[in-house]
Design a binder for this molecule. Structure first.
Ligand SMILES: NC(=O)c1ccc[n+]([C@@H]2O[C@H](COP(=O)([O-])OP(=O)(O)OC[C@H]3O[C@@H](n4cnc5c(N)ncnc54)[C@H](O)[C@@H]3O)[C@@H](O)[C@H]2O)c1
Length: 254
């Protein structure tokens, strides 16, 4: 599908992978609505990017604020692209060193943001796309963000890995559901990308993470995620698949 002339909703677009994707989609001729938390710097980011870029404050876990964000995108033009990058991490073992079980709320929160938030974005964006007249047989494309932790979760990652495995699982199913609407659904599973999410780690941990990647032995660049998102939008035969972008990394247990 051609990017130029379409409106793209980029959740988590104020930072990291979402911001890199926003920049790439603007360069390819899309008008972007950044959807991010109220407390994010999304408004400043959108104003700085120009090219009609707008910001909607919304929490991906909420029905109302996300529906309002999608409605705002519809006022900007033909909503045909969703790149859903909003997500959170978090590290906690099932049983901690003092023998206490993980609070259920910790698990539920990560699954709520990463998995239920992904479905919320896809269901609302695809309902908007379904109203489009098809162009070259397509009404729209939804891209979600999993993680290689959805395949090989490490120690401390049970909620994160479960949430991302859920995203991987819903990809083919949503693609099948939306096939009759001519809307494609794919997911990107990044390895270790150099974003503010990883920037919070100490330098020695970042260096050892970089060295653990077979080739190239470095952290991934956010634009390498964005390049993949662009390819998914542009290549009409990519559908129902989760694509790893990880330099051949297969996670060890820690
Ligand atoms: N950076 C990595 O190495 C890496 C690897 C694998 C997967 N991922 C996934 O990629 C996605 C983007 O990560 P990133 O590295 O760009 O992180 P980031 O922290 O730089 O950006 C995430 C953005 O999502 C927003 N966000 C968080 N919760 C939200 C909510 N409830 N509603 C709306 N917006 C919300 C944040 O405000 C932030 O702007 C996440 O889903 C993450 O799990 C990242």
């Amino acid at each position: 599908m051609q990017i130029k002339g379409n409106v793209a909703i980029v959740t988590g677009g104020a930072s990291g992978l979402g911001l890199a994707t926003t920049k790439r989609l603007i360069a390819a001729g899309a008008t972007v609505l950044i959807v991010d938390l109220e407390r994010s710097n999304g408004a400043e980011v959108a104003a700085g990017l120009g090219h009609g870029t707008e910001f909607a404050a919304a929490n991906v876990t909420e029905e109302d604020s996300m529906a309002a964000a999608v409605a705002k995108a519809e006022t900007m033009g033909r909503v045909a692209i969703l790149v859903h990058c909003a997500g959170i991490g978090g590290s906690k073992r099932v049983v901690d060193k003092d023998g206490a079980p993980m609070p259920l709320a910790h698990f539920a929160n990560i699954v709520n943001v990463n998995l239920i938030g992904s479905f919320n974005a896809v269901r609302l964006a695809s309902a908007a796309m379904a109203k489009n007249e098809p162009v070259e047989g397509e009404r729209g494309v939804c891209i979600m963000t999993a993680s290689i932790a959805g395949y090989e979760g490490q120690i401390g990652q049970t909620p994160y890995a479960a949430s991302k495995a859920g995203v991987i699982g819903l990809t083919i199913c949503a693609a099948r559901d939306l096939a009759s609407r001519n809307i494609r659904v794919c997911t990107i599973a990044p390895g270790i990308m150099d974003t503010p999410m990883l920037g919070r780690l100490p330098d020695n941990i970042r260096a050892s993470l970089a060295a653990s990647v077979p080739n190239p032995a470095r952290l991934g660049d956010a634009d390498e995620y964005a390049m993949t998102a662009q390819q998914i939008v542009e290549n009409p035969y990519l559908n129902g698949e989760t694509i790893r972008v990880d330099g051949a990394l297969r996670m060890g247990f820690r």
